[in-house]
Design a protein around this ligand. Structure first.
Ligand code: AMP
Ligand code: MG
Length: 406
């Protein structure tokens, strides 16, 4: 049976179940997925604080001439009442001595000795009130978010130093193929440098996942032996590069079956990435990824990312966004759905895209320029300039994140 892109994604999402949560110290929680709501354990800010260096005076103070009776620095806690005509010197962040005050910035005051003169009546607004950012008990983060620096800052402010986050999956990547040699080797004619291992390692690292990698030839015994050393039963996500098709030497399907996996997808109606294997076994999943690097790139961004999303317990989100074509598309319609390497640009506030020319799914030069994958439905070959298409973006135009080299 041949699966469409949407079918395959849905099957991957249905099959993968979130891994259990585990406590993680705040300093190691970046990129992990939160599994419990974060509640404000106290009001934020926890007390009325001065927003400026200046002077606290009674809110109904009518005099412009005042006597400074005390000084409060950030960290002090000295509750007290003020009499009319009294002021307290306060530093930015200092806890105010009572609730019925205004703060006058020091720029608006003339000081001489212990007296100050206000240049104008005290205004509201220079106080950060207790609870104005969040109230105790309020839910501030929902489960399923991938923790970013801003989330961690909030947790620290609330004293949440241990967070329940999804445990990391154990990911193993096995590269197969008799023709494959390590990138540092000099290939003899007929041999190919292994570019998929670094591709998979780099993508997973960018997504926050470690991976254990092995290489093996392409017979069942040597690939089984390579995996046997790794205690296959403890692998949550197994990725096998190459050999996912139905040729005489394509051993990934039989290898997965011999390890007890049930194969759920053997073929997709998507190019590149037709001979894709997706398999499941007691809570674990595996992919057989077609060996060409562009196929790898596409299959990782679509299916492997979807699997990791689910295994991590991340809240569902759309993979594709819409963009306009910068130029018309005129190519032979293809019976399969296509994912074309593409670039992105902003035109005023509109996201625009155009496909990169690439020769085949072995063309690694396209990968050095790719910023998005452009999704072309089956049978569509021509589209006018400006037509809306679905794109899966990786590098937003204007940012230099990612792997762009030109
Ligand atoms: P396969 O999926 O094993 O039939 O391989 C398809 C194509 O991808 C062949 O041309 C392989 O030589 C190439 N290929 C397989 N594995 C790798 C790899 N690790 N790095 C670069 N190319 C590869
Ligand atoms: Mg092969």
């Amino acid at each position: 049976m041949t699966h469409s892109l949407d079918d395959t994604l849905a099957l991957v999402r249905r099959t993968c179940q979130p891994l259990p949560p585990t406590p993680v110290p705040l300093a190691q929680a970046l990129g992990r997925v939160l599994r419990e709501p974060l509640r404000a354990t106290e009001d934020l800010p926890p007390f009325d604080r001065s927003a400026m260096d200046g002077y606290a005076v009674r809110s109904n103070e009518s005099s412009r001439s005042l006597v400074v009776v005390d000084e409060l620095r950030a960290g002090d806690w000295k509750p007290r009442a003020l009499d009319p005509g009294q002021a307290v010197r306060v530093a930015t962040g200092a806890a105010l001595p009572n609730a019925d005050l205004r703060v006058v910035p020091q720029e608006d005051v003339t000081r001489s000795g212990e007296s100050i003169q206000l240049r104008q009546p005290p205004e509201e607004g220079w106080i950060r009130r207790r609870g104005e950012d969040a109230r105790q008990g309020e839910i501030l983060l929902n489960p399923g978010i991938r923790l970013a620096p801003g989330h961690l800052t909030l947790c620290a402010a609330l004293g949440q130093t241990t967070l329940a986050t999804t445990r990391l999956p154990r990911i193993v990547h096995l590269t197969t193929g008799n023709e494959i040699v390590p990138p540092e080797a000099t290939p003899t004619l007929g041999q190919i440098r292994d570019s998929n291992s670094i591709l998979v390692r780099a993508l997973l690292a960018a997504w926050g996942f470690p991976v254990e990698q092995r290489t093996a030839g392409e017979d069942l015994d040597c690939t089984r032996a390579a995996l046997a050393e790794l205690d296959p039963a403890s692998i949550d996500l197994l990725l096998i590069s190459g050999g996912s098709s139905v040729g005489d030497h394509d051993i990934t399907g039989p290898l997965l079956e011999s390890l007890g996996y049930r194969i759920l997808v053997r073929k997709t109606n998507v190019r590149p990435g037709r001979p894709l294997l997706f398999a499941a076994r007691e809570g674990a999943v595996a992919f057989g990824l077609p060996g060409n690097p562009v196929s790898h790139f596409v299959c990782c961004h679509l299916y492997v990312a979807a699997a990791l999303h689910r295994l991590s317990g991340q809240a569902p989100s759309d993979l594709f966004v819409q963009a306009g074509l910068t130029r018309s598309l005129d190519q032979e319609p293809h019976p399969r759905e296509s994912l074309l390497p593409a670039r992105l640009a902003w035109e005023q506030d509109r996201l625009m895209t155009e496909p990169i020319s690439w020769r085949s799914s072995g063309d690694v030069t396209a990968l050095a320029r790719v910023e998005a994958l452009l999704r072309l439905p089956p049978g569509v070959g021509t589209l006018p300039t400006g037509a809306r298409v679905d794109v899966l973006p990786f590098v937003w135009p204007g940012s230099d994140r990612g792997t762009r080299v030109s």
